[in-house]
Design a protein around this ligand. Structure first.
Ligand code: SF4
Length: 334
């Protein structure tokens, strides 16, 4: 089909007076007949209507057209419509091009002469382009539907929830570098401009993210690389810091690679006496301007690894939404 000389049909739409009221459509139609490869050029009032579609189909069959250009509205609106028309007429749907002379010309150009010249220029480019187009075949490929969302602030949480609710079969991986999701909004009392309570907006989303079956939360983790795999899916590597501190294993400051592991505020067992040196780590809620003990209890984590020993008063260690986090230890340091 591509070896044949181009036989192009050009169809210019009036869209009532949307286009005709500004663009000299008969002049554009006449101009189209002067372009290389154009064998048919027609004007119609509503090209997307059934009679308009039938006009194209009839010409493709009777005039043996092998390419079609429609000058009308934005392709977002009707490109699929006209591809289907061309396909129904027996042509490859990709031997079609749509020229936007409504949103791109008549709606944004007041001067009739300039609008007509612009429409002619766009049409000339469209005809030239369709001449070079080749038939394509649509095909389906399996894709990985999982999604990575980076950042667990209010925007990241909202995105993760929207994606998880919209795409039932997909997993949403939400990566947050801090121990807790919530971001900067968690530090505010009220939100501008309505002065709504920040926590009232934030905390329901935090809870929803935590319990959503399609969201996998990677808190205290960072994305270190994103690569394309052989299956053309994107693979993200994350570095996840430990969320659980086994105080039974961490019996001295030497067990922590950065030598900052120390006595916890909540430690009660005698083995903790070995950790006599107090360690400090930046405190998140003061945007790291202050420091805190290297072991903390986060209110947003609820994991306790099997076999690990949690420290602290029993009322805290058994609380459903608490877990001991070691902010200064490494994965193998306990
Ligand atoms: S094809 Fe587009 S420009 Fe033409 S009548 Fe339909 S909506 Fe209007």
């Amino acid at each position: 089909m591509t070896d044949e000389p181009p036989r192009i049909g050009v169809y210019v739409c009036d869209c009532g007076f949307n286009i005709l009221g500004v663009v000299d459509v008969p002049e554009v139609v006449r101009y189209a007949t002067t372009l290389d490869g154009v064998v048919v050029s027609k004007e119609y009032k509503y090209m997307c209507s059934d009679p308009g579609q039938d006009l194209i189909k009839t010409d493709v069959r009777e005039q043996r057209l092998n390419r079609v250009v429609v000058a009308s509205c934005t392709p977002t609106l009707h490109e699929r419509t006209f591809r289907r028309v061309v396909s129904d007429a027996g042509l490859n749907p990709f031997l079609f091009h749509m020229v936007n002379i409504r949103e791109g010309v008549s709606w944004v150009t007041e001067d009739r002469t300039k609008a007509t010249e612009k429409a002619k220029a766009l049409l000339r480019a469209g005809v030239r382009r369709v001449t070079l187009q080749e038939p394509l075949e649509a095909r389906s490929e399996p894709v990985c539907p999982n999604v990575l969302v980076i950042g667990g602030g209010i925007a990241g949480m909202h995105a993760a929830l929207s994606l998880a609710n919209a795409n039932a079969g997909a997993k949403v991986h939400l990566v947050e570098r801090e121990p807790s999701i919530g971001g900067n909004m968690a530090r505010f009392d009220k939100t501008f401009p309505t002065l709504d309570c920040a926590s009232c907006i934030l905390t329901p989303k935090m809870t929803e993210v935590k319990i959503h079956p399609n969201i996998h939360l990677h808190s205290y983790a960072e994305v270190v690389s994103v690569e394309a795999s052989c299956s053309e899916a994107l693979c993200a590597r994350t570095r996840e810091r430990p969320l659980i501190c086994s105080l039974a294993r961490a019996t001295s400051a030497a067990s922590c690679p950065n030598r900052r592991m120390v006595r916890s505020r909540f430690e009660t067992s005698s083995s903790m006496a070995a950790m006599a040196t107090r360690a400090e780590t930046p405190e998140d809620w003061s945007t790291r301007s202050l420091s805190r003990a290297a072991i903390e209890i986060s209110s947003m984590r609820c994991r306790t690894a099997p076999g690990t020993t949690t420290s602290g008063p029993p009322s805290r260690s058994t609380h459903a939404s608490c877990a001991v986090i070691c902010a200064a230890s490494s994965a193998d340091g306990g």
